[in-house]
Design a protein around this ligand. Sequence first.
Ligand SMILES: C[S@@+](CC[C@H](N)C(=O)[O-])C[C@H]1O[C@@H](n2cnc3c(N)ncnc32)[C@H](O)[C@@H]1O
Length: 216
Amino acid sequence: MQSRRGPTYKDGIKRVHVGCGPHNLLPDWWNVDVRKFSGIDAVCDVTQPWPWEDLEYVFGEHFLEHLPLDQALRFLENAGKSLRTGGTLRLSTPNLEWVLRTHFLQGEAESQRRILDTIKMNRAFHGWGHHFLYTKEMLTFVVTEMGFANVTFYTYGESANPDLCNLERHGGFQVYDGQPSVLIVEAQRGPDSIAIPATLTAFFQEHFLRYIASGH
Ligand SMILES: C[S@@+](CC[C@H](N)C(=O)[O-])C[C@H]1O[C@@H](n2cnc3c(N)ncnc32)[C@H](O)[C@@H]1O
């Protein structure tokens, strides 16, 4: 049997599946996770600098929300810099707007309902190791500011690129009031360089990061 060769090799697999977890490994992808799950290709923290270049695709399912916001930016920067020009990043992550519409009754509510909704909202933000929930606008803003191009949202399993169709494995995708429960975004490495602009760091520092820094 031919052994699998990773993205460090010129002829290796150039499709990296980040935060792959133990259950949804993709056969033609280089499956990586920060935890040492059986069957994965490499243990790595993708918020640290990547040893790879010229990647064709980076895919991460139900992964981005597990990173603190500053680390999520570093992951996006690493992914973008490791992609070849024209390479694509595809991410799925819970949709905050769907959470709001489905987990919290607007207007008057009975006390018991309000108590349960309060728990459900907090669970969405803090449960399962979540750190930050995104909206379509926030994802678009972040990746565009960082230099990605052709930002496009898709539904579960769909893409204009046949290589990126039917990748999702994580179940539970629903639509309520026109809002998908999970945002699935693709963004390409275009002609611009990928970086975290100082203005973006300052924006998040002012509005979010300084409030969650330890000791505050
Ligand atoms: C909710 S699980 C999703 C697993 C899989 N993608 C799925 O949908 O079934 C999030 C995964 O991200 C991994 N993860 C969290 N932080 C990471 C990091 N910094 N680098 C790589 N993987 C990370 C976790 O270990 C976990 O396996």
